[in-house]
Design a protein around this ligand. Structure first.
Ligand SMILES: *[C@@H]1O[C@H](CO)[C@@H](O)[C@H](O)[C@H]1NC(C)=O
Ligand SMILES: *[C@@H]1O[C@H](CO)[C@@H](O)[C@H](O)[C@H]1NC(C)=O
Ligand SMILES: *[C@@H]1O[C@H](CO)[C@@H](O)[C@H](O)[C@H]1NC(C)=O
Ligand SMILES: *[C@@H]1O[C@H](CO)[C@@H](O)[C@H](O)[C@H]1NC(C)=O
Length: 316
């Protein structure tokens, strides 16, 4: 029998489709709002601070996903008033910890549908990240903490990434250590960004990569010695791009996406459906349970802070 997570949400998907057809006020959010994103607008720049108050590690859980999906829907409406979106985190230890691994275990209940309503062949978080890649705004991630798994896939879905050289910045695509693959295409994006050999090295080893290394190989655009320099650089870059016509930003993104992004079908077939087949298997279910145990239920502690060095504890 399929685990719960592969069974129940179809009912939810139906419900949400129905709700979206009802006459709702234009500004009503499609998904529940949890206040995990603080947004402020400055000229044509929207600053979005990820502040998951339900988690000590800025977990990419249903709260953040729900709030991000509502934000994406607003931005997709070609709100030409916003030309650049800058994502940063309130938690200086974690930009985005990783996905909420409970998501993959039986009994997990989410307010979100399992599969996206717009792209029914894509799991909800996969569709969410895909949508971010083609927002009509330029997107920039400002990294001041650890970012692993889907956190790195979120970085890959942004147009540009800048980091601080703080020791809190550790970037990793850690899925291989849990017996799976980056299901939203993180390995595929990374291979295009830093090359085949380095992508294999970092993704197969599930290593933590520091900001200087990430900048040297092109994983992030640049790394800055102080948060002040980091924010000053991004502020100036965002303000500059935001002066330009929205049409130019959209047109340029179309071309760079065509040259550097895998197709939706390739991501679905070679990343998402590969992990989906592995998830219900006993070794993977066991690995996720072990992960939740050693991370003390995905909370801040030695394992989450230093996963790259501590990963062997999964196999003790
Ligand atoms: C926004 O612009 C893009 C590119 O021009 C277009 O494909 C899309 O349909 C537009 N979306 C809306 C909601 O108008
Ligand atoms: C994050 O949210 C908490 C709770 O609402 C709040 O106290 C804190 O100031 C927020 N942090 C930032 C940087 O917005
Ligand atoms: C993704 O975008 C499509 C429209 O292109 C929309 O129907 C769908 O709801 C979006 N999904 C998420 C999770 O943002
Ligand atoms: C982990 O924590 C969440 C809330 O933070 C809770 O809902 C869940 O039951 C906990 N899981 C375990 C295995 O303790």
């Amino acid at each position: 029998m399929l685990p719960t997570f592969l069974r129940f949400p179809f009912a939810f998907a139906g419900l949400i489709t129905l709700i979206s057809l009802l006459p709702i006020p234009a500004l009503a959010a499609r998904y529940p709002s949890y206040g995990t994103l603080r947004t402020t607008k400055s000229g044509g720049v929207l600053n979005v601070v990820i502040n998951n108050t339900y988690s000590t590690i800025n977990l990419f859980d249903m709260h953040v996903q729900s709030d991000l999906a509502n934000l994406v829907e607003t931005l997709q409406a070609n709100d030409t008033d916003v030309r650049v979106v800058v994502f940063s985190s309130a938690n200086k230890e974690f930009f985005i910890g990783h996905i909420d691994v409970e998501y993959f275990l039986p009994g997990y209940e989410s307010v979100l549908p399992l599969y996206d309503t717009g792209f029914p062949d894509m799991l909800f978080p996969v569709a969410l990240l895909w949508n971010i890649t083609q927002l009509p705004q330029a997107t920039i991630a400002v990294i001041e903490g650890r970012t692993r798994g889907i956190g790195n896939e979120f970085l890959m879905s942004c147009d540009m990434r800048f980091a601080s050289t703080s020791p809190s910045v550790l970037i990793s695509q850690l899925e291989t250590s849990l017996g799976v693959n980056p299901g939203a295409g993180g390995g595929m994006y990374l291979a295009r960004l830093i090359g085949r050999g380095l992508a294999f090295e970092y993704v197969l080893s599930s290593a933590d990569v520091d900001a200087r290394t990430a900048a040297r190989v092109g994983w992030v655009n640049a790394a800055f010695g102080t948060p002040r320099e980091l924010h000053a650089h991004v502020r100036a870059l965002a303000a500059r791009i935001a002066m330009f016509p929205a049409a130019g930003i959209i047109a340029t993104k179309t071309g760079i996406n065509a040259a550097t992004r895998l197709s939706r079908e390739e991501i679905v077939n070679a990343a998402q459906n590969v992990i989906a087949a592995l998830l219900p298997t006993p070794p993977v279910q066991g690995a996720f349970r072990r992960f939740i145990h050693v991370t003390r239920n995905q909370s801040i502690g030695k394992m989450e802070l230093d996963y790259g060095a501590e990963v062997g504890r999964l196999f003790e």
